[in-house]
Design a protein around this ligand. Structure first.
Ligand SMILES: *[C@@H]1O[C@H](CO)[C@@H](O)[C@H](O)[C@H]1NC(C)=O
Ligand SMILES: *[C@@H]1O[C@H](CO)[C@@H](O)[C@H](O)[C@H]1NC(C)=O
Ligand SMILES: *[C@@H]1O[C@H](CO)[C@@H](O)[C@H](O)[C@H]1NC(C)=O
Ligand SMILES: *[C@@H]1O[C@H](CO)[C@@H](O)[C@H](O)[C@H]1NC(C)=O
Ligand SMILES: *[C@@H]1O[C@H](CO)[C@@H](O)[C@H](O)[C@H]1NC(C)=O
Ligand SMILES: *[C@@H]1O[C@H](CO)[C@@H](O)[C@H](O)[C@H]1NC(C)=O
Ligand SMILES: *[C@@H]1O[C@H](CO)[C@@H](O)[C@H](O)[C@H]1NC(C)=O
Ligand SMILES: [Cu+2]
Length: 834
């Protein structure tokens, strides 16, 4: 968009004056020149104020949010330590679950993977939030890893009600089911109306109704896959790995080569993997995904008995060899072309290197809140209030931070807002890139929201909150992994100049952020709130790309280093936004400018080629799969038709991309089948249902043809007119890494955003309410009036040491053992926990 500068505005103004608007201009009284005395008094006051500010040496306010008590208990925030410990203990007392403690378990034992709060149904929460309804009954969501079987599976359980109530005489808390023998997964236990705590297979949030169980294709990934298969394959071709790359991948200390491959595994004919070799970095830099070696092998790993697995072929330099013998014979033949390895060097390390730009060693500008923070936080309830916005935060294993009950000027506008899934879908002429389609909620975002680096990830003065997740009978706390801060945008929110005055308003906005490092990638998730009532949802990606070996794959990426291709991939990230605009009865409508030829009463019977607005309504779920309109034309908005404003327009919020967004390029992906039907469009609208709280199951990658949640099944024709509706939208980028992605992708270019903005929601622009604006009246080069609207002044001395925090205090995870529960002996540990 072109920015109007003062010059063209004045030019236009004089032109209008000359042509026809003389009367308009004359009608406005010219400013009465202020007397010289007035100007002198005014000037003296300004100088005086400035001197006062300079004289003040009182230290600036300490950082940190203002305290507040949340109006309601946060019913989304997760289990307390005591609840998690009690549920864990209770699970271990259920003999039919046959559980082994994680630290004693091997790959043929049943373990507890997750103990988390089951998010309460919206149906139960609204009466609590909005009326005098009771606090919703609490349940735990438990995931078990049943591996003591040849057909391993994950089990989703609902455990409750909480707190745990032992049954009468059932022994070990079995409730009414104690002593009934083996449980029936097909049938499922019915929950009791009594307060006795029971477990049942969790099925209601899944489209596949047998989904209390999801097969586990990775039951042997940590031990047997390597010890009994991948290292054995490596040993078989040790001569070749030594000759080609001077190293081995045998599971030994001195290995210099790693081996891993596709995700998810192919599931259409048995279970098939393709794996490839990667050089280990020789420094501590995490550059392995930049060091592919270009040799691939296919394995049929169907079943749990590695002696029945088979090696089904090799690929090198785009040539397929059906057996190891065939590959070895070719390798030792005279015309075999040996390709170079990708080897780590400074090009792959992220430390400062190269010539320092001019003045770059001077300390840079920073964000400071000199008079203290201007927002409120209830740390216990994870409740946040900034200006006219308020919200609750929650945090879960699958998708990390989520926002709930977002209110603006006292009214809920959004019941729930948060990430559902992040897909990185690769392609390539080799089977490993072609077969890679990470569904990251499988790994979980929660376990990877590490401590933020103050003054880098967020301003030093930000407020930092902890996040917690359950793993292996412990609760890990990532200290300071969520940040909240106010900052000034690099542009004002409003301005206008005339020949008589200039008026400008600062654009101060509020950010809630967490960063998750899932493997090689770092995702920065931000939610930004603005004075005009809008919310921006933004994601940025950094970290190491997963690259490809550059051999005959020009069609799938740029050649970016010695034997390296920046492997093309699509990032698609799905979000849920459950709007409640003035209540739950909402409708999505559209307005689109369209080209028309139209005759008007005043056009002498001639058609004028022009444009007009076309209005439409998304009537039902059959119309609920949507693309952003061509040329950015279509406005999608969520309105409430029960509350027309005084002009008859319907108040609502508009949704639109604010930075490039995408949907998945691949159609009917061979890797994902039905597991990512949420990635096919830009946005979707469905009817809100307690049975459809999430767009995906985090284990959709374990059964791509029959996923536990197939998003496509949400579209069953329900009416969407004045119903409780949910918008699901995709952020993302078509990422074709180039040399600028080395050593790391940068947040400035790998980004995507979505804007939620009021549309006819209020009768004017609410940013007029701020005092952080100035109007300067002037005449013939002299200022006659300055109005700062009573805004506060930064009268204090800022201790810039606060801008350089104590990085030696970076702690990592605080871990509390849950079984046996040991709250008084937390320990520190930072590791990669899935
Ligand atoms: C319970 O699990 C163990 C392995 O931890 C297994 O050996 C045993 O067969 C299982 N028992 C039953 C009844 O499934
Ligand atoms: C489990 O329930 C199903 C469905 O009711 C029934 O067909 C099956 O016989 C039951 N199995 C056992 C072991 O009770
Ligand atoms: C690695 O160590 C083993 C013994 O542990 C040795 O036999 C082998 O030669 C070493 N490999 C290399 C590449 O140095
Ligand atoms: C893999 O092995 C399984 C079991 O042996 C078999 O059913 C399947 O057809 C095999 N798949 C392929 C692609 O050979
Ligand atoms: C998706 O691809 C599979 C395998 O090629 C095919 O069987 C299926 O019909 C396709 N589905 C759609 C909706 O195109
Ligand atoms: C949530 O609502 C679903 C659908 O009505 C119901 O099956 C389920 O039991 C409810 N969950 C809880 C925890 O009450
Ligand atoms: C503007 O200020 C200057 C210097 O104070 C003065 O000479 C001049 O007359 C003023 N012009 C007007 C239009 O007031
Ligand atoms: Cu990328």
């Amino acid at each position: 968009m072109k920015r109007a500068t003062v010059l063209p505005v004045l030019w236009l103004f004089s032109l209008c004056l000359l042509l026809s608007l003389g009367s308009f201009v004359l009608a406005r009284p010219s400013p009465r020149p202020k007397s010289a005395n007035f100007r002198k008094a005014y000037h003296d006051r300004l100088v005086n104020d400035r001197m006062k500010r300079q004289a003040s040496s009182a230290p600036c306010a300490a950082p940190g949010a203002q305290a507040i008590s949340a109006p309601k208990k946060n019913v989304w925030y997760g289990l307390t330590d005591e609840e998690a410990a009690a549920v864990t203990k209770w699970l271990f007392s259920q003999e039919d679950l046959n559980l082994t403690a994680a630290e004693d378990a091997g790959s043929w034992d049943n373990t507890v993977l997750l103990v988390e709060l089951m998010l309460p149904n919206k149906t139960d929460v609204l009466p609590y939030l909005d009326g005098n309804g009771p606090e919703p009954t609490r349940y735990a969501h438990v995931v078990l890893d049943h591996r003591a079987t040849t057909e391993p599976y994950y089990a989703d359980l609902l455990v409750g009600p909480l707190p745990i109530q032992e049954g009468q005489g059932g022994g070990g808390g079995h409730g009414d089911y104690g002593g009934h023998g083996g449980h029936n997964w097909t049938h499922g236990y019915k929950r009791q109306s009594s307060a006795v705590t029971t477990w049942e297979p969790l099925t209601y949030p899944y489209t596949r109704k047998t989904a209390g169980r999801i097969r586990n294709l990775g039951a042997d990934d940590d031990v047997a896959l390597y010890d009994d298969w991948l290292y054995v394959v490596c040993a078989d071709i040790l001569d070749i790995t030594l000759d080609l790359w001077g190293g081995s991948c045998l599971g030994l200390e001195n290995d210099t080569i790693d081996v891993w491959g596709i995700d998810p595994v192919w599931q259409d004919d048995g279970i098939i993997r393709w794996d490839t070799f990667w050089n280990y970095p020789t420094t501590d830099f995490d550059a392995e995904t930049l060091l592919p070696l270009g040799l691939y092998f296919k394995s049929n790993v169907t079943g749990r008995d590695p002696s029945k697995w088979s090696l089904d072929g090799w690929l090198y330099n785009d040539i397929f060899y059906p057996t190891t013998e065939a590959f070895r014979a070719a390798y030792y033949s005279p015309d075999f072309e040996k390709l170079p390895a990708n080897v780590e060097g400074a090009w792959a390390d992220t430390d400062q290197q190269g010539e320092i730009p001019p003045l770059d060693t001077v300390f840079p500008p920073i964000t400071v809140a000199p008079r203290g923070s201007r927002y409120f936080v209830d740390r216990d309830q994870k409740y946040v209030k900034w200006m006219d916005f308020e919200m609750y935060l929650s945090f879960n294993r699958d998708t990390g931070m989520q926002l709930h009950d977002i209110r603006y000027k006292g009214n809920r506008i959004i019941y729930e807002l948060g990430l559902q899934e992040a897909l990185a879908h690769y392609a390539g002429n080799d089977p490993v890139q072609s077969g890679t389609s990470y569904l990251d909620s499988w790994y979980g975002f929660g376990p990877y929201a590490f401590e933020l680096v103050k003054a880098y990830d967020c301003p030093a003065d930000a407020t930092y909150l902890d996040s917690k997740f359950y793993t292996a009978e412990t609760t890990h706390t990532h200290v300071d992994s969520i940040c909240l801060f106010e900052t000034e945008a690099n542009y004002p929110i409003q301005r206008h100049s005339t020949s008589k005055y200039v008026a400008v308003t600062k654009n101060i906005f509020f950010t809630v952020r967490s960063v998750c490092t899932v493997g090689n990638y770092d995702y920065a998730f931000s939610y930004e709130f603005y004075m005009d009532g809008s919310i921006h949802v933004e994601v940025r990606a950094s970290g190491y790309i997963q690259s490809a070996y550059f051999a005959k794959n020009e069609e799938y990426g740029y050649h970016i280093h010695d034997a390296l291709s920046g492997s093309m991939h699509d990032h698609v990230l799905n979000y849920k936004v459950d709007f409640d605009i003035l209540g739950t009865a909402n409708t999505m409508t559209t307005v689109t400018p369209v080209a028309v030829s139209q005759v008007y009463p005043w056009s002498d019977g001639k058609a004028r080629n022009t444009m007009k607005l076309e209005r439409a309504t998304i009537e039902n779920e059959d119309q609920g799969k949507l693309y952003w309109g061509a040329n950015g034309a279509t406005q999608y908005k969520i309105i409430n038709s029960d509350y027309p404003n005084k002009f008859g327009e319907l108040p609502g919020y508009r949704v639109l991309p604010s930075e490039g967004t995408i949907y998945l390029t691949v159609q009917n992906s061979s890797n994902l089948a039905r597991a990512a039907n949420w990635a096919t469009h830009d946005l979707f609208v469905t009817k809100q249902k307690d049975t459809e709280p999430r767009a995906v199951h985090p284990y959709n990658n374990q059964d791509v043809y029959n996923p536990a949640i197939d998003f496509a099944e949400f579209f069953d024709g329900d009416s969407l007119v004045q119903e409780d509706i949910v918008v699901w939208f995709n952020l993302g980028m078509h990422h074709v890494p180039h040399t600028g992605d080395l050593p790391n992708t940068v947040f400035t270019t790998a980004h995507s955003g979505f804007q939620i903005m009021p549309l006819n929601y209020l009768l004017g622009d609410p940013s007029r309410e701020t005092v952080n604006m100035v109007r300067i009246n002037y005449h013939a080069g002299n200022v006659s009036e300055v109005n700062e609207f009573g805004q506060g002044e930064p009268m204090c001395s800022y201790d810039f040491k606060a801008a350089e925090p104590d990085f030696w205090g970076y702690t990592g995870d605080v871990v509390i053992r849950k079984f046996p529960y040991d709250p008084n002996n937390p320990y520190f540990e930072t590791d990669s926990v899935v």
